[in-house]
Write a new protein. Structure first.
Length: 275
């Protein structure tokens, strides 16, 4: 997941932008206008199976296109969407796109905000699609530790119902928060996505290497698979393979690109060591 800044819903707050690092954040009016005028643009990024080198799935990512054609990154509007109750509307659009792609046989991963964890219509929507022929295993839903932490019971209920339907659930940014092991105990997730914090310095940090190894070992004992995000070079990818990580995602494997109707290409296994 590219951005997951959580904020409580405060509908009566003044319509001012949420402060973020980097470019100015969009105002709530700009985010709402983008939703109402169909200016959400869906990108996808490949997720590689490290055992085969093939694309196992693709994560769906959202951008906002301004009236002048500029594409705005998620960190400039997701916090605003969360704060003013618009995140579930964005989720709904992304879920619809994901279901459409999954019905075409593509394997997709869809991010859910904290607001969607207790949204009763989400499961019913997936169930209707399954009844219409959707293969539920084609969809993985992702929730971040921050999102799950806002309402652990809602997250647990969602995870159980998604499992009953046949969809996978991944916990994103694992290890970033202070309750990671609690989430593994209470949430029946199938995939643990390890945050960039433990991936980006893997070739230079023995501590990160050992932490990643412990996560992989723990996941294996619990029957879960692991994924690493933020892979930016060949050496990092090779180290992840040695550790037994199942999946990897990052600019070295494939940059996010605007969604099209073509099947994601097969990735050749990256060269080892200093590629």
């Amino acid at each position: 997941m590219e951005a997951q800044n959580q904020a409580p819903e405060q509908a009566d707050r003044p319509a001012t932008p949420v402060e973020v690092d980097g470019p100015p954040a969009l105002s709530v009016e700009q985010v709402r206008s983008a939703i109402e005028h169909d200016r959400l643009v869906v990108f996808s990024q490949p997720i590689q199976d490290l055992r085969t080198g093939a694309v196992a799935s693709e994560e769906l990512l959202v951008r906002i296109q301004t009236p002048d054609g500029q594409l705005i990154q998620p960190f400039a509007f997701l916090a605003t969407a969360e704060a003013f109750g618009l995140a579930s509307e964005i989720d709904s659009i992304m879920i619809g796109k994901g279901i459409d792609l999954a019905c075409q046989g593509r394997h997709v991963s869809i991010n859910l905000s904290a607001h969607s964890l207790s949204e009763p219509g989400l499961i019913e929507r997936v169930e209707r699609a399954v009844n219409d022929g959707l293969e539920p295993g084609n969809i993985t839903f992702e929730i971040s530790e921050n999102s799950a932490g806002t309402d652990l019971e809602a997250a647990k209920g969602l995870a159980i119902r998604l499992s009953q339907v046949g969809c996978d659930l991944a916990v994103d940014d694992f290890g970033i928060g202070f309750a990671s092991l609690q989430f593994l105990k209470h949430l029946p997730v199938q995939i643990i996505k390890v945050g960039r914090e433990f991936v980006r310095d893997l070739p230079r940090s023995l501590d990160d290497y050992h932490v990643m190894g412990c996560i992989v070992d723990l996941a294996g004992k619990l029957g879960r698979k692991t994924a690493a995000v933020g892979v930016e070079d060949g050496l990092t990818l090779e180290l992840l393979k040695r550790l037994g990580v199942d999946y990897a995602q990052g600019f070295y494997i494939g940059e996010p690109r605007e969604l099209d109707s073509e099947q994601p290409r097969r990735l050749e296994p990256a060269a080892s060591s200093d590629a």
